[in-house]
Design a protein around this ligand. Structure first.
Ligand code: FMN
Length: 166
């Protein structure tokens, strides 16, 4: 899925992330809480998510606000990561400038050693976030171009639905 955020200048930023889960609270994603997007979200929790399935001709767009899952959920997500993925979090400086590939190789080797020595340790900066929807739009392609668009908007505990012009 594509997660879009806004930076400190109010400019949009977007990147692909893994959808970790979906429940009544919203769509879950996990990342380094003090990384670039984590800081953007801390300053402005408004986000959007975009999904596209080419073979189905289907798009889903979500706009809402990001909540932080509790430590228990973030830790469980971290523990489910592979050893190399954990190592990357322990030593990674995601989105900072990398001076050379050897800097990366050395850091990952150190991280792998750290994980093998203490396999149950958890990176305190790993965070699970939940995008809680304010509105969700379903877009379905039609061969005759009479595409269908349904926009659901939250209204208290209910959802109101409008069809939109394609
Ligand atoms: C298929 C795919 C899945 C990805 N999944 C994640 C993810 O779950 N978490 C994450 O932090 N970055 C993930 N990334 C990397 C992000 O797209 C992005 O490069 C990184 O999070 C840095 O973003 P930022 O500088 O906006 O914080 C993924 C990239 C791709 C292409």
């Amino acid at each position: 899925m594509v997660l879009s955020t806004v930076d400190e200048l109010g400019e949009p930023d977007a990147r692909v992330l893994i959808l970790k889960n979906l429940d009544q609270r919203g769509w879950h994603f996990a990342t380094i809480g003090n990384g670039l997007k984590g800081c953007q979200i801390a300053a402005n929790p408004n986000v959007s998510l975009t999904f596209y399935w080419s073979s189905l001709g289907r798009q889903v767009r979500i706009r809402g606000v990001t909540l932080k899952a509790d430590d228990h959920e973030s830790n469980a997500d971290f523990q489910a990561r592979s050893a190399v993925a954990k190592a990357n979090v322990f030593v990674g400086r995601q989105s900072q400038v990398l001076t050379s590939r050897s800097e990366l190789d050395t850091a990952i080797a150190n991280g792998a050693r750290q994980v093998s020595e203490k396999p149950d340790s958890i990176a305190s900066n790993w965070s699970l976030f939940i995008a809680s929807p304010r509105e969700v739009e379903f877009w379905q392609a039609a061969e005759d171009r009479r595409h269908q668009r349904l926009l659901y908007k939250r209204d208290g505990t209910a959802w109101l639905c409008d069809q939109l012009w394609p």
